[in-house]
Design a protein around this ligand. Sequence first.
Ligand code: CTP
Ligand code: MG
Length: 236
Amino acid sequence: MMEERHITAIVLAAGKGNRMCSETPKQYMDLCGKPVLYYSLKRFEDSRVDDIVLVTGKDELEYCRTEIVGKYHFCKVKAIVAGGSERYWSVKNGLDAATGTDYVLIHDAARPCLTEDIIERSIIEVLKSGACTVGVPVKDTIKLVDDNNIGIDTPPRNQLWQVQTPQSFSYGDIVEAYIRMEKAGDTDITDDTMIMERYLDKKTKLILGDYCNIKITTPEDLSVAEIFLKKMKKSC
Ligand code: CTP
Ligand code: MG
């Protein structure tokens, strides 16, 4: 019989949301009557992950404890920890709070349209290959440009995917990759699959996410997320 593996979701909500241009950080803004952060916590709470680590701003720990985790009875949240100045430092703090787990699903709280299917597909794949991310094939032609915005290349569209979260890894591997990244003093990091490629030479499997799994980044994204959530019905 296969040994039970422990799976932890790390939900990142420690950003400032500068591109949203709102006083309230976007993860706490109202979306269909609940804070944006509620939706991804709810999906993980209802999934087969064993527990959840919530990473938030140091001044918002108490708010999250009472107004989100307490209020909505998210029993799987085992730790609420402060994030760092960059997303990867927030991930690092989340990983530190997840010691003892076997696998982590790292997710942006700014993606409230996460679905049960996405979580399930991520779990199945990470148990198999040890490193996966959800994403979607790009719909537009993508141009590589030079410093003057002159198009210098057009990569073949059938090889291009837009990456989303959750990004899922074997805990030991991602922790080791972070240790090496920290030692190297790298700052040019935009996601965790990049850290695995650079510091562990480990390839990540891309699996299908959902075109609805958008990241709320600028104000118009909120209206789009509202439409998608209403379509998902049970979320609102
Ligand atoms: N995040 C985080 N810690 C940081 C930066 C980002 O936990 N230091 C989280 C955000 O809260 C968000 C996710 O990472 O859920 C994706 O980041 P992004 O969309 O860039 O959010 P912000 O950094 O908050 O937004 P902006 O870049 O516009 O300031
Ligand atoms: Mg950011």
